[in-house]
Design a protein around this ligand. Structure first.
Ligand code: SF4
Length: 403
């Protein structure tokens, strides 16, 4: 894949990158200043950066890249936020605006179960009932006080009626709601995206997106940490942030993980331009930027699970395996990626072959990663029983059908 140079290869910059790479120590995160040099490394230094990241990944989890076989449940695509890059959200009355019924949720979950899925990923807009009377009416008809009450009930339904494990991704959560959802799901997620609040300014990516205030998102992630809830987060690159912002976002995640030990996965997601979004003509981050960001993520977080979605880097996604990821994220054999519907997930057999060509075995994991599983499975109740039934001895998915 062609990779754009980030910084001209001046002798000074090349020397700083060489020093940063020479200072990499096994299992020790690199410093902010090393990360700032490396995330801007020249094309000439990129192979050394990738080699260091891949070696760090191999010290963490050798020989394997995982994925989660999932169904995608867009519980509602109504959302009170208006992120400039979002194709998922709708207003009431827009073509495609929809809130799933319990029957629809169960039908998709059961179809996924037939195909060996182990994760029910609930993605939804953030608190749409605060903005739209139509959503309040929908919830009243369904018999729930809020979208989160409905989400909780649907996680419980999937848990009771199928072998799938829910992983909700509902936006900002209070400490009380984290505790409630943790009863019906082994893990949950919220993308931090960026710590730069400049993106909330008029015309920027998070203009008119009140739930994207970085301090609020950090608070949700911290509240999950206080409750030891395995948590997925990550950064979204190419939405107007700088390389320094990316490093600082990763450092904020690292800080929370150092304090609470609950970050089970960090996603590095790249912005893709799509027609009909406010940022339709915004430049996409190039493959080289993505490789540098993933590699620096690995070196800043050497012992954390790092994921990059393959469909957003197709057709060259397998090169991400050289940059230190150890997970491809949720891949569905059934449902489209409703967040990026124009970017289909790779066929699982293709993913297996291309992962193998990079020297790694593709393995199916559960929504909760193996190292976080024992604490959740030790709790009493249906969730832990379902979790123990779904997990093999290695903590990955017990269903071992061919990818
Ligand atoms: S990205 Fe999420 S919060 Fe933002 S508009 Fe889309 S659904 Fe809403």
């Amino acid at each position: 894949m062609a990779v754009a140079s980030i910084t001209p290869a001046t002798p000074e910059h090349r020397s700083a990158c060489a020093s940063a790479l020479a200072a990499v120590r096994p299992d020790e995160p690199i410093s902010r200043s090393a990360a700032l040099h490396l995330i801007r490394c020249s094309d000439a230094d990129l192979p050394q950066l990738l080699a260091a990241a891949r070696a760090a990944k191999e010290r963490f989890k050798r020989g394997v890249i995982t994925y989660s076989r999932k169904v995608f449940l867009p519980l509602t695509n109504l959302c009170r936020d208006y992120c400039g890059y979002c194709t998922f959200r709708r207003d009431p009355g827009d073509p495609g605006a929809h809130t799933m019924t319990p029957d629809e949720v169960l039908a998709v979950a059961r179809a996924g179960e037939e195909l060996g899925c182990t994760e029910a990923l609930f993605s939804l807009g953030d608190k749409p009932e605060l903005l739209f009377p139509e959503m309040r009416e929908t919830l009243r008809r369904l018999g729930y006080k809020s979208t989160l009450h409905y989400l909780e009930a649907m996680c419980d339904l999937v848990l009771r009626e199928t072998s799938l494990l829910p992983h909700p991704n509902p936006g900002l959560l209070s400490a009380e709601w984290i505790a409630r959802l943790a009863v019906v799901s082994p893990s949950m997620g919220l993308m931090l995206e960026t710590t730069n609040s400049v993106l909330l300014a008029p015309g920027a990516a998070h203009d008119n997106a009140p739930d994207k205030v970085p301090a609020k998102r950090l608070r949700t992630i911290e509240d999950a940490g206080r409750q030891n809830v395995p948590f997925t987060t990550g950064l979204l690159i190419g939405i107007g942030e700088s390389p320094e912002d990316r490093v600082d976002t990763l450092l904020a995640i690292r800080d929370l993980h150092q304090r609470y030990g609950h970050i089970q996965e960090v996603i590095v997601q790249n912005f893709r331009a799509k027609p009909a979004i406010p940022m339709a003509h915004w430049p996409e981050p190039g493959p080289g930027e993505m490789l540098r960001t993933v590699a620096v993520t690995r070196l800043l977080l050497p012992n954390l699970n790092i994921q990059a979605p393959p469909n957003l880097s197709a057709p060259y996604y397998d090169e991400l395996a050289d940059a230190g990821i150890n997970d491809w994220g949720g891949i569905s054999p059934l449902t489209p990626d409703y967040i990026n519907p124009e970017k289909p997930w790779p066929h699982l057999e293709q993913l297996r072959l291309r992962t193998a060509a990079k020297g790694f075995a593709l393995r199916q994991r559960l929504p909760v990663y193996p190292e976080f599983l024992p604490a959740v499975a030790a709790k009493p109740g249906l969730l832990s029983a379902k979790l123990r039934a779904a997990a093999g001895e290695d903590g990955l998915a017990r269903i071992k059908r061919a990818a």
